[in-house]
Design a protein around this ligand. Structure first.
Ligand code: NAX
Ligand code: ADP
Ligand code: K
Length: 518
């Protein structure tokens, strides 16, 4: 297989953590001639280097003391043979015995006449480099790069041309997507080798990697090596688009009740409600708390299909309609807490966002009720951003971000809910530990209210799905489909730099969904 881009995949992509990657590597190496895997990695690297810098005449390779450096040295040999001016800086080699593959790669580079040195190129030389290669450290990094490694990272980050990271940007945890310290390579391209690793796609991963490419080195993990997580493909989002059969009526697609919208935050509940209606719900009813405090909205004139109802009607409505989907907390303020005991007991399908999550974090009774829902087979989807997740986990946002996958898994296991941990590389986790990483979207979504739109879209999409025995699987699928479409909306905006205003987001999401259906 030649290197391919992963973010636009139609299939889900299996992601493997460091321990699984190590096992896959060992099995693959055992069945091949010596150094074959590293030689093959060099071919993939050469192909991508040619593709990203077809006219490059000079390359600088920073090669570390392990097999990642070995991969870089194989590439150096190929580039040298192709007539390019190649310089290699060996970083951290002094006093270390190289692993056998890397020692072989170093000998090959030497034999090919590659210039090998231990110091960094000076500023004048760096200014002439057309392509930088980060082959310092690869998967399994656990410590912050320091000293000569940190200096080499700074030199790579100062280059004017493209920088390709071999397997992973140095300084990034491939397991978690967290920065290991201050020094992190900021690549324009990263070629994941052998396996795609979760840390490339979440947390600081996307920013450090640039464009993410993948070469499996013609190794196909055995069936006994399950994926650690999955990168969501377009096909998963397409599969959950509601089917609108010829004889369907609005009842087929269910009611969504939106509870939230305290004074000054009514917009949040309307954003969620509009998204729910565009995503597929049959009817959407908004129970905004501010309505009960004199700020009654007679109609949302931009979206007159929404039914604006008093909060006092919510509990009766969800007792009467045992199939209703409830989304609570968007713009909720403190008032939403009073609706939670009833919502947790009676809502058929429940999405909890923002202040509903904060209320649950404060109240052990509500937490117990949330767990009890799961045990009764009533599904819940939580949509925390990292700080909301931290409150629920009695932790800090920094700790959540330090290992997003573990935090999402723990929160799902603790609550019995499907958890959507938002942010760059949104994660969706089930109570049994399945995790999906969302590849779509970027910081154009980092504006107020976009999370309300996501929560509403999840509710609307869920409402339109037929009942199934596999309630958790359905909730997982709906959440990752909605996250995918939410991010994909970025591709339907005019520019790359200006934000996606929340009021316009749902319409862009509808366009993204239509493009899947076509
Ligand atoms: N053996 C093979 O044939 C293959 C190797 N591959 C390459 O091998 C890489 C993994 O190689 P290694 O396991 O040798 O690991 P690395 O090359 O990532 O690390 C090398 C050494 O540096 C040490 N180290 C890690 N972080 C450090 C830090 N912050 N400061 C100082 N030292 C640090 C590690 O303990 C390790 O001993 C992959 O990322 C990939 O590039 C792949 O190409 C697949 C094939
Ligand atoms: N850098 C980013 N890349 C991708 N998605 C992002 C990024 N920043 C924010 N988002 C998305 O935007 C939404 C913001 O939601 P949230 O933080 O709840 O904001 P709000 O409460 O104002 O709606 C989430 O879905 C989040 O995943
Ligand atoms: K690297």
């Amino acid at each position: 297989m030649t290197p391919r881009r992963l973010l636009a995949s139609s299939q889900d992509i299996a992601l493997f953590d460091d321990a699984a990657t190590r096992r896959i590597e060992q099995r693959a190496a055992a069945g091949r001639p010596e150094h074959a895997l590293m030689a093959r990695a060099g071919v993939g690297l050469l192909r991508l280097a040619r593709a990203i810098a077809p006219h490059a005449r000079s390359a600088w390779i920073a090669a570390g003391p392990g097999n990642n450096g070995g991969d870089g040295l194989v590439l150096a040999t190929w580039l040298q043979r192709a007539g390019m001016a190649v310089g290699v800086t060996l970083v951290g080699h002094a006093g270390r015995t190289l692993p056998p593959d890397a020692a072989w790669a170093l000998a090959e580079a030497r034999a090919a006449g590659v210039t090998l040195r231990e110091d960094l190129p000076d500023a004048a030389t760096r200014a002439r480099i057309d392509l930088g290669i980060d082959a310092l450290l690869g998967f399994g990094q656990k410590r912050a790069p320091e000293g000569a490694l940190a200096d080499a990272i700074a030199a790579l980050n100062g280059l004017r041309g493209p920088v390709m990271s071999v397997d992973a940007p140095t300084g990034l945890s491939t397991a978690t997507g967290a920065k290991l310290g201050d020094a992190v390579v900021r690549a324009t391209h990263t070629l994941a080798l052998l396996t795609a690793k979760p840390g490339l796609f979440t947390g600081a991963g996307r920013e450090a990697c640039g464009e993410i490419w993948f070469d499996d080195l013609d190794v196909h993990p055995a069936d006994d090596e399950p994926a650690s997580a999955w990168l969501t493909g377009a096909g998963t989002a397409a599969k959950r688009l509601p089917r609108r059969g010829q004889v369907a009526n609005k009842g087929t697609f269910g009611d969504v009740h939106v509870a939230g919208g305290a004074a000054g935050m009514v917009g949040a509940s309307l954003l969620a409600a509009h998204a729910a209606s565009l995503a597929g719900a049959g009817r959407v009813l908004v129970h905004a708390h501010s309505s009960d405090k004199g700020g009654v909205l007679p109609v949302d004139v931009r979206h007159p299909e929404l039914m604006l109802r008093p909060v006092a009607e919510l509990q009766q409505a969800i007792r009467d309609n045992r199939k209703a989907t409830v989304v609570a907390g968007c713009g909720g303020g403190d008032d939403v807490a009073s609706e939670l005991p009833g919502g947790l007991s009676n809502a058929h399908r429940l999405v909890l966002d923002a202040d509903a999550l904060n209320a649950i974090a404060r109240d052990a009774g509500l937490r117990a009720q949330l767990r009890a829902r799961g045990a009764r087979g009533l599904p819940t989807i939580l949509t925390p951003h990292p700080l909301e997740a931290a409150r629920l986990l009695a932790s800090t946002a920094a700790e959540v971000q330090a290992d997003r996958l573990a935090a999402a898994r723990r929160l799902a296991a603790d609550t019995g809910a499907v958890v959507v941990l938002k942010g760059s590389g949104t994660l969706v986790a089930t109570p049994h530990g399945r995790v999906a990483v969302n590849p779509s979207g970027d910081a154009r979504l980092a504006t107020a209210g976009t999370g309300d739109v996501l929560a509403g879209w999840i509710a609307g999409l869920w409402s339109a799905q037929p009942a199934t025995d596999a309630v958790v699987d359905l909730a997982f699928d709906v959440a990752r489909a909605a996250a995918w479409i939410h991010g994909r909306a970025c591709d339907f905006t005019a520019g790359a730099r200006l934000p996606l205003v929340a009021g316009e987001l749902a319409a862009h999401m509808a366009r993204a969904a239509h493009s899947l259906a076509d």
